[in-house]
Design a protein around this ligand. Sequence first.
Ligand SMILES: Nc1ncnc2c1ncn2[C@@H]1O[C@H](COP(=O)(O)OP(=O)(O)O)[C@@H](O)[C@H]1O
Ligand SMILES: [Mg+2]
Length: 502
Amino acid sequence: MGKGEVLVEVRDLCKNFGVTVALDHVNMQIKRGEVRGLIGENGSGKSTVTTIIAGIQQATSGEMFYKGKPWKPQTSLEAVKAGIGIIVQEMGTIPTISVAENIFLGDYDKFRTGIIINRHKMVAAAQKALDDIGVTDIKAGDITAKYNMEQRKLIEIAKVMAHEPEMFVVDETTTALSESGRTILYNLMHKAAAEGKAVVMISHDLDEIMEHSDTLTVLRDGVIIDNIEKKDFEANDIKQKMIGREVGGNYYRVDMDGYEEDKVVLKADCITTMNNLLCFDLELHKGEILGIGGLSECGMHDLGRALYGLDEVIDGEVRLTKNNIKITSSEIAFAHGMGYVSKNRDTESLVMNASIGDNIASTGYKENRGFGPFISNKKERQYQQLQVDSLAIKCVNVFQPVSALSGGNKQKVVFGKWLAADSDVLILDCPTRGVDIGVKAAMYQLIYDMKKAGKSIVLISEELPELCGMSDRLLIMKEGAVTGEFFRKEGFDNNALIDCMI
Ligand SMILES: Nc1ncnc2c1ncn2[C@@H]1O[C@H](COP(=O)(O)OP(=O)(O)O)[C@@H](O)[C@H]1O
Ligand SMILES: [Mg+2]
């Protein structure tokens, strides 16, 4: 039971989902006797790495070792039987079967005599499993649906513990638990570590994870940024590592030019949507770059969709002040001079098998009308070429399909589309995501040029340096509400911004 001995090791673990790289050469050693914290923003790969260790899914490449031997579980049951359990982030119980059946799911054989499963014995064993973790108000013979979400989490915990794991993972479990439930779980974690077992605890609650873990691994975009020992835990340092992306080069605007503070062009008045936003107010001014930042699930992407009429606003309203138009759909937004660059570029902003030219022209038909309803072919061609040239889109010609372009060049086509449409108000949701530095620089220049031309821009981004580099004003959001407002003219303070996010 030697504490400090490596129990689980992952080497060069990679996991891809299509083009998404969820894990990028991850290396970890989990030792006996430790509670290992795993922290990182949403989507950083925490659940992916632990579900692979626990047999729920398989890696794309890389190796794992458990107790010094190669480890490649094909199912979670295989992992559970070998001593690795996981309390998953989602609900892990089946409501329509009994508590006892959930606790021993897939493992009923041990209660079998001949062809008969001894239910009485199984219920008694399940009751004991619940007792062992200190839960007294759940009856193992009851149907699971009878119990609330917290009680079902406790059933899952009992299930994992009933198999006496050598290591178990707790994936964002405490959010579903009350104070007493958390105490039960924390005690189980620390007891296991004291007995020379290992625990991996995932949470995005920094205080909680700092309190309960011995070592902390910080993940960002599928890469391990650092492993920190308890004695070196320092909240600001960890936050920076979670979020702070490298600030490379100096391609942001350097001016301190203002905007027309008394001229509101777009106004959201106490808007509420089905997801995330509750009575949200916003005013965008002429010539303003309004940055919106926060952790990825803070509601900023939902805000962008609501402003452009893509998500239904169930209460309150979004209005363009110029002609007092209420935005109730993206068609109306588009028809009145708004543009939107989606975070999901490939599926929402471009028609992949259409040509570059047609994608660019898709918003610009009204400028290209020759006579009556007909579109002048020649004019259209010229105009597409103009965009390709001015944006320096790397392509053979405008007839090439958009799908043939690199990510950065695709994004330029998306920009070209809206430039072509000469939109007055642009909602940009992570416009520089996944593009290289050169293209980024070009985009920042374009955004700045638009501002100078009197256009108004909402810049939603997960990258703080970009927001600080480009915004006139910056709103930080958390859980669907604004937690801080900052102004370029006063200077942006990174730490103050981060404090509003977490
Ligand atoms: N089944 C899946 N299909 C496609 N993409 C996925 C799937 N599971 C996870 N991802 C992606 O992999 C990345 C890491 O996800 P995840 O491990 O769940 O993050 P975390 O648990 O840190 O929030 C994210 O970009 C996520 O969108
Ligand atoms: Mg997760």
